[in-house]
Write a protein that binds this ligand. Structure first.
Ligand code: FMN
Length: 194
């Protein structure tokens, strides 16, 4: 069990993390991302199925997946002009590193649901670990998460599904506050037998 000081540090990290969309583009060492991913996969995981899959994009690799997204947009919106498509192609370049977090779900429907839940927990771990190491991060999805072109570019097949694109970068100074205030849990909690 953590001692009280470690516990305070962990809780401060949970409360202090916030999503930051506009990040700095200083390079992030690969070993640091690897450390964050090792923290991510400590998430609870029923039956130890290890359902997570990660593709870590940086440099030109972001543009390759971005180009696949732009092809998907061109297919879905034939009226989209070159400027709009260029903007779509550059989406993943909003941060120096993008971790694509995906689930490889089990066949059983309950296991599949729990596998996705476990990956969602891993994404949160990743965000908190990034915050703990002084990085800024944001979990994004959008249409890109389901586009066949993007799935193919990333090598996902069958029932594998993208749970989130985690954008990682250096935090701006000053760090902006949250978009929306976060109320505590009291209003959504029913206490029984206390
Ligand atoms: C599954 C999931 C998908 C999300 N997708 C997006 C997205 O595509 N774009 C976006 O701006 N925010 C997205 N968000 C919300 C942000 O990640 C973030 O939670 C929200 O802006 C609140 O900020 P906070 O984490 O600082 O409280 C998503 C959140 C979750 C859980």
């Amino acid at each position: 069990m953590p001692d009280a000081r470690t516990g305070d540090t962990v809780l401060a990290a949970l409360h202090g993390r916030r999503s930051i969309g506009r990040v700095g583009h200083d390079p992030i060492p690969r070993e640091l991302v690897a450390e964050l991913l090792d923290a991510a996969v400590t998430a609870p995981n029923h039956h130890a199925t290890g359902p997570w899959r990660f593709v870590v994009l940086t440099g030109a690799a972001r543009g390759e997946v971005g180009a696949a997204h732009a092809r998907a947009v061109a297919r879905a919106r034939p009226d989209a002009g070159p400027e709009a498509l260029a903007k779509e192609a550059a989406r993943l370049e909003r941060a120096p590193v993008v971790v694509v977090c995906a689930v490889s779900p089990g066949e059983d429907p309950v296991e599949a649901r729990e596998d996705r839940d476990a990956v969602a927990a891993a994404v949160q771990n990743l965000l908190v670990a990034a915050h703990a190491r002084g990085l800024a991060g944001m979990w994004r999805t959008g249409a890109m998460a389901d586009e066949p072109e993007v799935r193919e570019a990333l090598g996902f097949r069958g029932r594998e599904a993208i749970v989130g694109f985690v954008y990682l970068g250096t935090p701006p100074d000053p760090v902006p506050g949250r978009d929306r205030p976060r109320p505590g849990a009291e209003a959504v909690t029913e206490w029984r037998g206390w």
